[in-house]
Design a protein around this ligand. Structure first.
Ligand SMILES: Cc1ncc(COP(=O)(O)O)c(C=O)c1O
Length: 403
């Protein structure tokens, strides 16, 4: 029942409800919404019917919870072409996975090389460690289109370099970075490469083994369609990672020492088993749909949006123009309006969700010259349609006209 409202207020309320019911969600680079139905069902099933703590007690609910976690690990390993699922460590997000490697590899000092397209989840831990005097790092500059010349990474390597970190795709420009070339040059120098696959896992074929990547960080809540609070790290055989957290793992409980095997070494504390049940269903959706099909669909949406934006006066788009060099997000600004004004108007008047500002990646905005105002980002998932793109284009056309 609605509370009694005066006429004008009720009209306003109904108008707002109508906007919300036509909502167009284009903020999938932050987190995907909606999730496939199977994801909601898997979490509901876990919460109501399973409920035990994974890998802890011996009763049937705990055993089934443990099996859910194993199934999630298997599903992620299969998607990434990894034979041994125990090389996948579950974390609560990509940030934790990136910190695990950055802090673990550089605990005893050394130098790291990163790119100017990195997210704060890479830049901030390195900056904190540099300020504490533990380690140092260099930033290799990308171009104004967000692309990167891999030879610049080679030039930045020092005898003390212990780690190279590179995002697979920028969450700001959408540009794909040359991780195959970077993996090759790192291999020649025996330096491990940490790839941040937050924006590519689930929407771009990942082959960490074939590419020769030592560490691959991913998040569960973006294009893998899992819930927030899920993510993980692939650690290549022969490479170690020091834990960020020490504690109960349900294994070797008699010892005061952290287990020396993966994934237990880096999975202290009760896992988010309900979230991982959802992640498994999300990965199942990706696998059943096919990453190639997801990429094809997002490519169509990108072409539709970018050609529409080009026809609007006063719109500037950023990032590489060709689909082959990028993933499904589009960054733009409208002359005379701040990015937050555009995003607020899209939300309030048209029910369209996008993200404005700096997207937790000030380095990337500095690289493309948008650090002061930020920019508006519209980002797709497989769940979006051409109609969503047309809604955004119609709304932007209105906004451009009424500037
Ligand atoms: C490129 C990139 N790296 C890392 C992250 C951090 O992901 P999470 O919030 O899951 O830790 C994001 C999230 O937006 C991202 O886009």
């Amino acid at each position: 029942m609605l509370p009694a409202m005066p006429g004008a207020e009720a009209a306003c309320y109904h108008q707002r409800m109508e906007v919300l019911s036509r909502q167009t969600y284009l903020d999938n680079a932050a987190t995907t919404y909606p999730k496939p139905e199977a994801v909601y069902r898997a979490m509901d099933h876990f919460a109501r019917e399973v409920g035990g703590s994974p890998g802890r007690s011996g009763h049937h609910r705990s055993l089934e919870a443990g099996r859910e976690v194993l199934r999630a690990r298997d599903a992620v390993a299969r998607l990434f072409g990894i034979d041994d699922p125990s090389r996948i460590v579950f974390t609560k997000n990509a940030t934790e996975a990136l910190n695990l490697v950055i802090q673990g590899v550089l605990t005893s000092g050394g130098h790291a090389v990163i790119t100017s397209l990195e997210h704060n989840s890479v830049w901030r831990p390195l900056e904190a460690m540099a300020r504490a005097g533990t380690s140092s790092y260099s930033i290799v500059e990308g171009g104004p289109d967000g692309l990167l010349d891999p030879s610049l990474i080679e030039e930045a390597l020092l005898p003390s370099t212990r780690l190279v970190v590179c995002t697979h795709a920028s969450n700001v420009t959408g540009s794909l970075l040359p991780i195959c070339d970077i993996a090759e040059l790192c291999a020649r120098r025996g330096i491990p490469l940490l790839v941040d696959a937050a924006q590519t896992a689930g929407r771009y074929v990942l082959d960490p083994v074939g590419t020769g990547i030592q560490y691959l960080a991913f998040t569960g809540h973006k294009e893998l369609f899992g819930p927030q609070g899920t993510g993980g790290l692939y650690v290549a055989p022969g490479w170690e990672v020091e834990p960020l957290l020490y504690g109960g793992t349900g294994s070797r409980s008699e010892s005061s020492l952290q287990p020396d095997f993966l994934p237990d070494r880096c999975e202290s504390g009760t896992l988010n088993a309900m979230g991982l049940a959802g992640l498994r269903a999300g990965v199942g959706f990706v696998t059943a749909t096919g990453v190639d099909e997801i990429r094809r669909h997002e490519g169509e949406l990108f072409e539709r949006l970018s050609s529409g934006l080009l026809s609007l006066r006063g719109v500037t788009m950023y990032g590489p123009p060709d689909w082959e060099s990028r993933v499904g997000l589009v960054l733009f600004n409208i002359k005379g309006l701040t990015s937050s004004e555009v995003a607020s108007r899209l939300d309030a008047a048209y029910g369209i969700c996008v993200r404005s500002g700096l997207h937790c990646s000030p380095l990337a905005h500095r690289t493309i010259g948008t650090l002061e105002n930020g920019a508006v980002r519209a980002s797709f998932s497989y769940q979006n349609t051409g109609e969503d793109v047309d809604c955004l284009l119609d709304a932007l056309s209105d906004i451009c006209r009424s500037r």
